[in-house]
Design a protein around this ligand. Structure first.
Ligand SMILES: [Zn+2]
Length: 710
């Protein structure tokens, strides 16, 4: 029987385990054969791992789960240990995976970004400590524990108190220069909160860029609505976002950052301990993880780590373990590193969050816009600390791509602890040839014939009065980002539709007039009802852009809504705008413009907006932020100013409608250069961009009609 490339060779018998009767020559032959078998397997494993690395790190589209990947890596490591002659410097075990994506400059890390050894339980943690005790000849370590963020490791270089360059970790020695993209992360300080004279000339900070679970959900909802392929998990989405060649895309994803280490320092180190360094970084304005704790024994550390396995769900970001570090930096140096792993730190890894279960059937749910979303009904399975019985399947294309069929055994993952996901079927366990899933031709809620958007993967129910659709619209209308009215959750919204209280969103504002009816039908107290009505009343004061979000116009998210509201100023102006006028709004593309225009052409929606206006909802935007004197200008500020701190002047520019940019380019309108403007001033000169000093800047503002104090 031919062996498949994936099957593992039998453990070769070596040395003492050979039968006593074999001659030395036979024994030698056996060894050679075993070595050969191992060599074939090692080659196959390396090819597979590199392939997965590429998909994971470069394409951000992993094909297998972490635990499967770890298993391949472990097998390779074991074979290399058993047959050291097969070990080679280019083996994946010998480097940190990842490679530079085309289009980014390569950055050589001044000090390599090492990876961490792993422990999985307290025995392994104790063994780790024991090794340190032996090497350092002491046993009184102070240990710092911090959640291990499942994101993307980065290196940030600061010079003269300013962010100079940021890079990915890459292979640990060389990464990609993603400075522009990192600048878009709002929590990353561009200028440090300290007098540059008191800071080391330059230093490196290491951290982890991540995407919150909430942002991941928001992004995927947006993509589902646009019929685009959905992202797998927050980690890969964050990685993909950071590697965008167009940093505007990066900016539109709200990435976040925690810094976890001070790297090299030009000049004196600010502290002799790791925790002291972190405190120092925090004082300079870096985001540091508040869950960090200090312990004096590995017993305490174990309790901390074990507790986090349970509590990880409560965080709004993914963690996949806890990092344990020796606090004292001199001791860290004594301990040093072995290979590419420091001895003074280790990662307590959480168990993998995947499980296999039976997919009973595929059902379809209806969303706010009527889009039908297939989901998996699963045999309940315990994964990632919770029992999962349902998982989204996103859309038909997704199901077809993964070839998921009802009756399959499937791998379920609690992706990002967010929504359970089906990673894919276990094809080896499929029996026969079960039918391929088809989308229903009728809406499962109201029975209306389903439409397919020819340009997008989405199928939807076109019935405006589809009850589930309307209930979801109420939830959206009242949600925090929209009109922010509490009390209209899933159940109450469904009840209001079912009982006929709401057949159009505008009906919500008639509810107070139906107080007695509501009290009779729904068993809620008067107090709750009053709170609900108060919320409705308050919501009337929300500015136009909130109302635009609430209306749920296709493709109109918070940023588009804001742009439209600021541009047109009132609902009336927006309603009367031509398609061309809508399209001319910055950041509004043709598809979005078309959707907005169509919405206001629709008589039914027109009537709804009229009723909302009649109910007393505010229909305009505070446009004082619009048409500022610096509107349309892109301004770079550099050096230190007399009258303002960097933050203050950037705030001022923004308040006056200008755009603050971190880097000088041909598109820069002018550079405001204070004392010691340095490289940005040079760049502006080289590009022929106008440079203003502080006085000239103030004069320019006055010329434009600025009055001090504005
Ligand atoms: Zn329907």
């Amino acid at each position: 029987m031919a062996k498949s490339a994936d099957s593992r060779p039998p453990k070769p018998a070596r040395g003492a385990s050979a039968p006593a009767t074999t001659t030395q020559a036979e024994e030698h032959e056996d060894e050679l054969r075993a070595l050969q078998a191992a060599r074939g397997r090692v080659d196959a494993l390396r090819t597979q791992i590199r392939d997965h690395d590429y998909k994971y790190y470069v394409l951000a589209q992993p094909e297998i789960g972490d635990s499967q990947y770890d298993a391949l890596m472990r097998e390779l490591r074991e074979l290399e240990e058993e047959f050291p002659e097969l070990l080679s410097p280019d083996s994946p075990t010998q480097r940190v995976a990842g490679q530079a994506a085309e289009g980014f400059a390569v950055v050589e890390h001044r000090e390599p970004m090492l990876s961490l050894s792993n422990v999985f339980d307290r025995e392994e943690l104790f063994a780790w400590e024991k090794r340190m005790v032996r090497l350092a000849e002491r046993d009184d370590f102070t240990l710092v524990c911090e959640p291990k963020i499942d994101g993307l490791a980065i290196s940030l270089v600061y010079r003269d108190g300013r962010f100079e360059r940021g890079a990915t970790r890459g292979d640990g020695f060389r990464g990609e220069d993603i400075t522009q993209n990192l600048r878009t992360i709002r929590t990353l300080p561009l200028v440090l909160d300290a007098d540059p004279d008191t800071l080391p000339a330059a230093f490196e900070v290491r951290g982890e860029v991540y995407m919150s679970k909430a942002e991941f959900v928001r992004l995927n909802e947006q993509r589902a609505e646009a019929g685009e392929q959905l992202y797998m998990n927050p980690r890969n989405t964050a990685a993909g976002s950071l590697r965008q060649l167009d940093s505007r895309i990066t900016a539109s994803r709200r990435l976040n950052l925690f810094v976890y280490q001070l790297g090299w320092v030009e000049g004196e180190r600010p502290a002799s301990t790791h925790s002291g360094s972190i405190e120092w970084l925090k004082s300079l304005g870096f985001p540091t993880n508040p869950l960090t704790e200090i312990f004096h024994s590995t017993g305490e550390v174990s309790l901390f780590c074990e507790a986090w396995v349970e509590r990880r769900e409560t965080l709004d970001y993914e963690i996949d373990g806890v990092v344990v570090k020796v606090d004292d930096i001199t001791t860290q140096r004594v301990l040093g590193a072995v290979g590419r792993e420091p001895r003074w730190a280790t990662a307590w890894k959480f168990p993998a969050e995947q499980a296999v279960t039976r997919l009973r059937e595929i059902q379809v749910s209806v969303g706010r816009t009527g889009v039908l979303t297939p989901f998996a009904v699963l045999e309940p399975v315990f994964v990632g600390g919770a029992t999962v019985s349902m998982a989204t399947l996103h859309n038909l294309d997704h199901i077809r791509e993964l070839d998921i069929r009802a009756g399959d055994d499937v791998i379920v993952q609690r992706a990002g602890d967010v929504i359970p996901q089906v990673v894919g079927p276990v094809l080896a366990r499929r029996k026969g040839d079960p039918p391929v899933f088809e989308m229903p031709s009728e809406c499962p809620v109201c029975g209306t014939a389903v439409h397919k958007d020819p340009e997008q993967a989405a199928y939807y129910c076109p019935n405006r009065n589809c009850p589930t659709k309307l209930a979801r619209q109420i939830e959206h209308f009242t949600s925090r980002g929209a009109l922010d009215i509490e009390g209209f959750g899933e159940q109450r919204s469904a009840m209001l539709v079912e009982q006929g209280f709401v057949t159009s969103l505008a009906d919500l504002y008639d509810l107070p007039a139906r107080r007695e009816e509501l009290l009779a039908v729904e068993k809620i107290g008067e107090k709750t009802l009053d709170a609900l009505f108060e919320g409705l009343e308050r919501s009337k004061q929300q500015p136009l852009h909130r109302l635009l979000i609430a209306l749920g116009i296709r493709h109109v998210g918070s940023e588009t809504a804001r742009a439209l509201a600021l541009n047109f100023g009132s609902m009336e102006a927006l309603r009367n705008a031509s398609l061309e006028e809508i399209q001319s709004v910055p950041d509004v593309g043709p598809i979005v413009a078309e959707a907005v225009h169509q919405y206001f052409q629709d008589p039914e929606y027109q009537a709804q907006v009229d009723r909302l206006a009649a109910a007393g909802l505010r229909m305009d935007e505070d446009v004082s932020a619009r048409g500022g004197i610096l509107e349309g200008l892109s301004i770079v500020a550099t050096g230190s100013l007399e009258q303002w701190s960097r933050n203050q002047v950037e705030e001022l520019i923004k308040r006056l409608g200008g755009k603050v940019s971190g880097a000088v380019s041909r598109k820069t309108s002018f550079v405001l250069a204070g004392e010691g403007g340095g490289s940005k001033r040079d760049k502006a000169e080289a590009l022929g961009v106008e440079i203003l000093d502080e006085d000239e800047f103030i004069q320019r503002l006055r010329d434009l009609g600025w009055s001090e104090g504005e």
